[in-house]
Design a protein around this ligand. Sequence first.
Ligand SMILES: Nc1ncnc2c1ncn2[C@@H]1O[C@H](COP(=O)(O)OP(=O)(O)OP(=O)(O)O)[C@@H](O)[C@H]1O
Ligand SMILES: [Mg+2]
Length: 252
Amino acid sequence: MKHRQGAGLKLRRIHRQFDGRPVLKHLDLDIAPGEFLAIIGPSGCGKSTLLRLIADLDQPDQGTLDRSEEDVDLAFVFQDPCLLPWRSVIENVALPLELQGVPHHHRMPAAEALLKTVGLEEAQGKFPQQLSGGMKMRVSLARALITRPDLLLLDEPFAALDDITRHHLDDHLQSLWLNHPMTVVFVTHSLSEAVYLADRVILLSAGGGDITLDYKVPLAHPRTPATRVSTPFIDHLRIVSEAFELHARAAE
Ligand SMILES: Nc1ncnc2c1ncn2[C@@H]1O[C@H](COP(=O)(O)OP(=O)(O)OP(=O)(O)O)[C@@H](O)[C@H]1O
Ligand SMILES: [Mg+2]
């Protein structure tokens, strides 16, 4: 049975070290089904390590990670869109379904519908080298959603893009999340992007693996370009920024 809301996660006492050096130290974290969680923190604090553990791409040295369901479908989006250059846009988006053996007449309309939601219906016959960086990332988002994942993990997906493109992609990601029930865990270096998108922002400490801030962003969705300049948004951003600054200074 497919869960309708997305997967929930329960991490308890997660410990991960590399070459004897602890990166995540006995971390506890609960992620609610359907939540949009943003993870921020200084470079090297273990954000990608945490995401890989959640994705089951790596195992903790100690601790447990429980999912609300056993058969969680997850998708991972990286900064590099990783498109296959010899396949058209629509063939790239349909690939995960093709690998699952879904017939052509089912997978192509599904890919087309998703391309529409990211505003790329006109580009479906193009090839990756004909696309801008932002368009490639939209293809990557559409491909990630084609299997209707319960859990979408993104590791600084828009970091290489300019601000305007990034803002557009934030809005595409938000509408994908609003239209497809799923849990999202989003790692970003951008505090404003975290506050704009997420229900909840957590700040990981430098080299400690502690969560030094766990902040609910009580702004209604959908958030719009007007949100970015609204007083409540700026107030929330200030709180998160101050915690980040305080923490970064404490870590120096
Ligand atoms: N497979 C690995 N082997 C050895 N060390 C690793 C491995 N993966 C991560 N590390 C180390 O663990 C620490 C945390 O890395 P991680 O990539 O999780 O940080 P991050 O918060 O994602 O950083 P950034 O913001 O720069 O992406 C770093 O010191 C990194 O060098
Ligand atoms: Mg990282």
